[in-house]
Design a protein around this ligand. Sequence first.
Ligand code: NCD
Ligand code: ZN
Length: 353
Amino acid sequence: MSNHENLTIPRPDDWHVHLRDGEMLKAVLPFTARVFARAIVMPNLKPPVTTAARAKMYRDEILAALPKGLKFEPLMTIYLTDASDADDLAQGHKDGIVTAAKLYPAHATTNAEAGVTDIKKIYPVLKRMQAVGMPLLVHGEATDPDIDIFDREAVFIDKILKPLRRDLPDLKVVLEHITTQEAADYVSAEGENGKLAATITAHHLLINRNAMFMGGMRPHYYCLPVAKREKHREALVKVATSGAPMFFLGTDTAPHTRAAKESACGCAGIFTAHNALALYAQVFDEAGHLDRLESFASRFGPAFYGLPVNNDLITLEKSKHSEGDIKPILTGDGRQIVPFAPLSPVVWRIAER
Ligand code: NCD
Ligand code: ZN
């Protein structure tokens, strides 16, 4: 059609998703699996996925929940705790059950209560991961309650990540869902050798912290790490659309029920799986770098993880009009998930085949 602009790229992967389990899993999985060929699945279930055996069970649950006819490969992760077993991790990685392990500093985010209390406690595990080439995925926020919430990522990089990478320089590390200029600068400077990378969410490319307070409290714009000032959002757009291979797509789509979000102590997490790729396309288009979406979404992630680029293709199209508001998604047990609503109209969408 003459009023459409198209972009065809290899099918992308999502290098950071929360699929949950039970009815929530069934409700959200189709959105991710329709668009993404593979996804790194976060292990912060209740209780968390702390062993290779649990990861295998969780993978089976995801595959069983997959709608017929959809092809999707969940790439499993293990939740690190003070008691993690290096042998179990290494064996799970060798057997192809687990792709990576996730570091949640204790209490840093949703379901992080069982996380690591002191990075030194898991050094033997991290050394083993370094030896076998298993990536460490990091929720990069310092957890000292005295640190201002908007400074927690920058402090984590200085106090935890830099010393860790000095001690274990060959460990592959992904700093997940970066939100600051400091993270963008650090990963740009240190990621050259393929040992350090970062995922960037669509929502952190689209909103700054003002979104949470537009005329009142807006819980559906609240996630962790929390959105920062506009200058940080601009820094993220710059590196995401720069063509630098150490930055790639990870939506951090994190569904919670409407009741859990709209509460006196609302959960952190933004659900973007329903239109994440279109949101990224919008950002790249507005930045004048639509040609670089392909490497960010479909090439740099597989390169970092040592996996092939997907064979099949997906087409995005730009239309003159946005699709407008997206209705809440219903779970099988009658709960609602409120999808992320961008502040300006999204004119990109996945073309129907
Ligand atoms: C995630 C969740 O809900 O599991 N929440 C979030 O705000 N991003 C956890 C996480 O990735 O921090
Ligand atoms: Zn996450």
